[in-house]
Design a protein around this ligand. Structure first.
Ligand code: FES
Length: 154
């Protein structure tokens, strides 16, 4: 069962669109922001609220790498591993992240603060090597600058 505050936000999203199923991405973002990931019971609640089959909602979550059904984390760091970032030295970014966080891709820091996720092109190739923390975009400059950026996220 979803908490009352979250449920009323989802209802607001559903009422905003001419067809309530159009609110699916906003509802899933809301759920992920609330729980730090997308728990299975919440998928069922979103499907019920939007009058959609459960497998449709599951397919949407699987399709977008911004949605995470795994271990919860307060912040998701998505690192582009596609060709332009590869050519622009993404390995330095990845090495710095792994050293600063002490985790590998797919893992969450012990304090639940960050999860590290490898993704394909995020559409910001001119900013390569590129990564995102939640909805914030960054170009990697140095390990020191990266450390400063990470410190902004509690
Ligand atoms: Fe990395 Fe496009 S290849 S953002």
């Amino acid at each position: 069962m979803l908490e009352e505050g979250l449920l009323s936000k989802l209802k607001e999203h559903a009422e905003y669109f001419p067809k309530k199923e159009q609110a699916i991405l906003m509802c899933l973002h809301e759920v992920q922001n609330h729980y730090g990931h997308i728990p299975s019971f919440a998928l069922e609640e979103v499907a019920k609220l939007l009058d959609l089959p459960l497998n449709h909602v599951e397919n949407v979550v699987s399709f977008y790498d911004m949605f995470d059904r795994g271990e919860p984390a307060r912040h998701r760091i998505r690192v582009c591993v596609s060709i332009v970032c590869e050519l622009m030295n993404k390995d330095k970014l990845i090495k710095a992240l792994k050293e600063l966080l002490g985790i590998d891709f797919g893992q969450t820091t012990k304090d639940g603060r960050f999860k590290l996720i490898a993704v394909q092109c995020l559409g910001a190739c001119s900013e390569a090597p590129f990564f995102m923390i939640d909805e914030d975009s960054y170009k990697f400059e140095s390990k020191e600058k990266l450390h400063e950026i990470l410190s902004r996220y509690a």
